[in-house]
Design a protein around this ligand. Structure first.
Ligand SMILES: Cc1cc2nc3c(=O)[nH]c(=O)nc-3n(C[C@H](O)[C@H](O)[C@H](O)COP(=O)(O)OP(=O)(O)OC[C@H]3O[C@@H](n4cnc5c(N)ncnc54)[C@H](O)[C@@H]3O)c2cc1C
Length: 335
């Protein structure tokens, strides 16, 4: 491992100043992604700015009903927060489906958003990877691509975005607050991660030196049901082969509002507006869920070993929608 300098910061402006928009400097939170990649020689920071002392570890309900989450709130604290469990069950379920208890205790909200792909070629400094080293090629394209993406792919990169938490946020809708050398700004969660296109190394819209300070969730949909389904090779401590996060509001057996996002199959947290359109004002029935699943996966592009993900994702969608509708009906009965 290469050596690096280390410093801490006590407030946001100090952290931004210490970073100095220098591409050899990185913020470190829980370190569960960053330090792994440093050890693998994939990330080579000359300096780390530790942000754990910043006052960004609170979850608060805003006057307009949205929920504001500080960047350093841990995945464990967020999953078990009473407001999240009561009003954003999809987020709690997705967080608890991720990693392990020990990792969730360290992993932070912003770190999870910024985590890197688990593509083995990205994580192997001797392999060709356009995401890690632009123009070097992509060994996954004709390699062992069983875990790779079928949605949002390009001829430069087929790496999946690995997060569970982000799938829930993509479905719920959220806003990121960023602070950097040019001040504060906000960006919609679903615009933050980029498709690989011909610049897979540009993974997100963060500008040099910018820090994510908060993520604010949209107001929850009244009376909606939710379900996060994660399909993977083993039941814990494993990334998704396919996952589906569904939120539905059902009235008299008809779907009035639906949100659907997919994980494990796409190059970024994948909100499926096509599926949502197929669900809107339709009966809450398996035939509707199947049409939505078809719509969600219609543009999927498989490679040699990952074609199985297309029917797997369709099945995950149908099951997540069925369970979310059941949850909505239970909620309706209790009202
Ligand atoms: C074995 C293992 C299994 C895992 N399984 C899963 C899983 O099943 N599902 C899942 O979703 N995740 C999984 N993860 C990933 C884990 O959730 C992430 O590593 C974690 O969320 C990253 O958070 P962190 O605070 O440790 O980030 P760090 O490692 O500290 O940072 C990660 C990146 O984010 C940047 N960063 C951190 N905070 C900020 C900020 N406020 N503003 C701007 N940039 C910032 C850092 O510079 C760095 O580039 C797994 C990880 C491991 C090691």
């Amino acid at each position: 491992m290469r050596s690096f300098a280390y410093c801490t910061a006590d407030d946001v402006s100090q952290a931004v100043t210490k970073h100095g928009a220098d591409d050899r400097v990185a913020y470190v939170a829980g370190g569960t992604t960053l330090l792994d990649l440093v050890k693998l020689d994939v990330m080579r920071p000359a300096q780390l700015v530790d942000i754990n002392r910043l006052p960004l570890d609170e979850v608060e309900t805003l006057d307009d009903g949205r929920l504001r989450i500080g960047a350093t709130v841990t995945n464990t604290d967020l999953a078990h927060h009473p407001e999240v469990k009561a009003h954003y069950p999809l987020l709690s379920q997705a967080l608890l489906a991720g990693a392990s208890t020990q990792l969730r205790n360290m992993a932070t909200t912003a770190g999870n958003v910024m985590q890197r792909t688990r593509c083995p070629y990205y994580r192997d400094a001797s392999a060709a990877c356009n995401r890690r080293e632009p123009g070097s090629g992509c060994d996954a394209m004709h390699g062992i691509n069983r875990m790779h993406a079928v949605l949002g792919v390009s001829d430069q990169c087929i790496a999946t975005h690995p997060s569970d938490m982000c799938i829930a946020m993509a479905a719920i809708g959220a806003t990121l607050t960023l602070e950097g050398p040019d001040g504060k700004r906000e960006i919609a969660f679903n615009d933050f991660h980029r498709l690989p296109g011909d610049q897979p190394e540009k993974e997100h819209e963060l500008r040099p030196g910018e820090l994510i300070t908060h993520i604010t969730l949209d107001t929850p949909i009244e009376g909606a049901g939710a379900y996060y389904l994660k399909l993977r090779d083993r039941a814990s401590y494993e990334f998704a082969l396919a996952s589906a996060g569904a939120i539905v509001a059902v009235e008299d057996g008809v779907i009035r509002e639906a949100r659907l996002a997919l994980g494990g199959v796409a190059t970024k947290p994948w909100r499926s507006h096509e599926a949502e359109l197929a669900l809107h004002d339709q009966p809450a029935a398996v035939s509707t869920f199947e049409m939505a699943a078809e719509a969600a996966m219609q543009d999927a592009v498989p490679h040699e070993y990952n074609a199985f993900k297309i029917p797997l994702a369709r099945q995950a969608i149908v099951r997540a929608l069925r369970e979310a509708c059941r949850d909505a009906e239970n909620a309706n009965q209790q009202r």
